[in-house]
Every structure is written in C-alpha cells, then in structure tokens.
Design a protein around this ligand. Structure first.
Ligand SMILES: NC(=O)c1ccc[n+]([C@@H]2O[C@H](COP(=O)([O-])OP(=O)(O)OC[C@H]3O[C@@H](n4cnc5c(N)ncnc54)[C@H](O)[C@@H]3O)[C@@H](O)[C@H]2O)c1
Length: 269
C-alpha cells in the first residue's frame, strides 16, 4: 500500500483499501488515561490488539495493573488532579487518548466549587499538560494521534452538570488548537463524543440523577439518559473504542479538528 511521509494512506490507496491488517500499530506507543475502567480500558485493549505498546494511566492502582497485565502494557498509577504528577508521564508517545473523567451532578446554585475545580484539573488541565508534553516527540516522528474523549456534553448542555459540561466544551477547544498546530507535523487531534455509555461513570449517575430530578432510577434511564437519543440503548465501551482505534489507523490522516458524535442521533436533533 502507498503511504505518504506521515505514514497515512494516499487517497488512491484508500479508495481500494480493505480493512487494515491486525498489527497496524506495531512499533507505536500509546498512552491512555483512565484506562483502569470503562471506555479507557476498552481503548487500551483495542490499541494493544492493533500492536501498540500501551501506557495504562489511572489513579486506581489495582485496575490499572489489571488492564496492563492483560495487554502486556505498563501501568502508571497517577492522580491526574496533581499537575506535578502529570508532568512525570512519558514524553515518547505516538498516540494519546485523553479519557479519564468524573462527574458531579448538582444544581448550579449548589454546585461545590472544589468539585468544579477538580473536574477542570482532571478533564482539562491534565489533557493540556499531556498534549504539551508529548507533542515534541510526535513532531520529531512526523506522526501522532491525539484522541480526546469528549462527550455529547462537549456539544450540548444538560442541567445539573455545570463542571462536566464546562470541562468538555473546554476540551473541544483544546483539541482544535492541537489540530491546527499539529497539522504541519503529521499530528491529528480529534474528539469522540459519546452519549451515555454503559460504564461505572454512567451507572453511578443514575442514582444521583434520580435524586436531582426527583425521579425513580428506571425513569432516569428512560427519560433523562435516552430521551434525546434516537437509538434507545446505552452505548457499549467497545463501540467507543472502535472509533478511537479507527482514528489511529490508516486512512484518517486528513481527519483533524473534528468532533465525532457516537451519540445515537442525539445531536441530529
Ligand atoms: N459513561 C458515559 O456515559 C460517558 C459518556 C460520554 C463521555 N464519557 C467520558 O468518557 C471518559 C471515561 O468515562 P467512563 O464512563 O469510562 O468512566 P469510568 O468511571 O468507568 O472510568 C474513568 C476512569 O478515570 C479514572 N480517573 C478518574 N479521575 C482520575 C484521576 N484524578 N486520576 C487518574 N485517573 C482518574 C478512574 O479511576 C476510572 O478508571 C470520561 O472522560 C467521560 O467523561 C463517558
């Protein structure tokens, strides 16, 4: 197959391309934050299955070590709320998946300022520091992939999620700046924007949302989580990982600065 200097398939090859062969990320190194659980874990598994060596970053030591052992990767136990710790993460990384996140559900006038600040540190400042730290290596290599796990809440707001919606909108901006600056160096940066994914983060919210909205838990799933999607089911983490892997694969070198909704039609409304 033909490739350009950045290792991406030339358009003529893409037209007739079949699915990439299994180890298309052999020799690449990936760093996935929040990879002990949920979407991050699925991304780590998918990238490793495609041949990448994966740094599994999480504050949850047992989960990080479990994921790393499963894929022959390296576990890095780091609290992403600690900027100094973030600045110890590896620099020689070809693929960054900024995924770690947390939620807090409360009305804006009661929203605890310390939770707001924590969410910005983990979901905006840590991605900024990680991108800043790894770009020089990607620039030297002339190839890099930054995938930011945003959310439908990076494109749309919901009540009671002031910190999360703020952080995801900020991540969208960061991703676009990385796309512009990375373009001359073969580095793409994109967001993936899921609606509700079947992970502990979403499942924990059901009880919180039930309290905030004064609803039964079953009603929260039906009326809050699935109300705005055309497809009436939660997404599986593997489906999100599939999109992330695709962004890191051949044929996507011209796709940058974008936000890919994996949202069952939510943002089509
Ligand atoms: N689950 C959903 O419905 C959904 C929807 C859209 C977007 N997302 C986004 O996907 C990402 C992953 O979410 P998930 O649903 O897989 O959640 P999850 O709770 O299953 O996993 C999140 C991981 O992040 C880690 N983490 C949290 N704070 C950390 C910190 N300070 N330092 C290091 N690690 C930390 C946790 O330990 C956990 O392993 C988040 O950014 C989330 O906003 C989730």
């Amino acid at each position: 197959m033909e490739s350009n200097p950045h290792g991406d398939l030339a358009p003529s090859s893409v037209a007739g391309a079949t699915a990439p062969s299994a180890p298309f990320l052999a020799g690449r190194t990936a760093l996935v934050t929040g990879a002990a659980s949920g979407i991050g874990r699925s991304c780590a598994l998918a990238l490793a299955a495609a041949g990448a060596h994966v740094h599994v970053v999480d504050r949850a030591a047992d989960g990080a070590r479990r994921t790393a052992a499963e894929i022959g990767g390296s576990a890095l136990v780091v609290d992403l709320a600690d900027p100094d710790a973030v600045d110890t993460l590896p620099e020689a990384v070809d693929i960054v998946v900024n995924n770690a996140g947390l939620q807090h559900v409360a009305p804006l006038h009661e929203f605890p300022p310390d939770r707001f600040a924590l969410i910005q540190r983990v979901m905006v400042e840590a991605p900024f520091r990680i991108i800043r730290r790894t770009l020089p290596h990607m620039y030297r290599e002339g190839w890099g992939r930054i995938v930011n796990i945003s959310s439908v809440h990076g494109l749309r707001a919901s009540s009671y999620k002031a910190a999360y919606v703020t952080a995801k909108h900020a991540l969208e901006g960061l991703s676009k700046v990385a796309a512009l600056e990375g373009a001359p160096h073969g580095v793409t940066s994109n967001c993936v924007n899921p609606a509700f994914v079947r992970t502990p983060l979403a499942e924990d919210q059901i009880a919180d949302q039930a309290r905030a909205h004064g609803m039964a838990e079953e009603e929260v799933v039906r009326r809050v989580m699935l109300e705005r999607t055309a497809i009436k089911r939660l997404i599986e983490p593997e489906e999100v990982a599939h999109t992330v892997l695709w962004l890191c694969g051949p044929g996507t070198g011209y796709l940058t600065g974008a936000s890919l909704p994996v949202d069952g039609g939510w943002t089509a409304r």
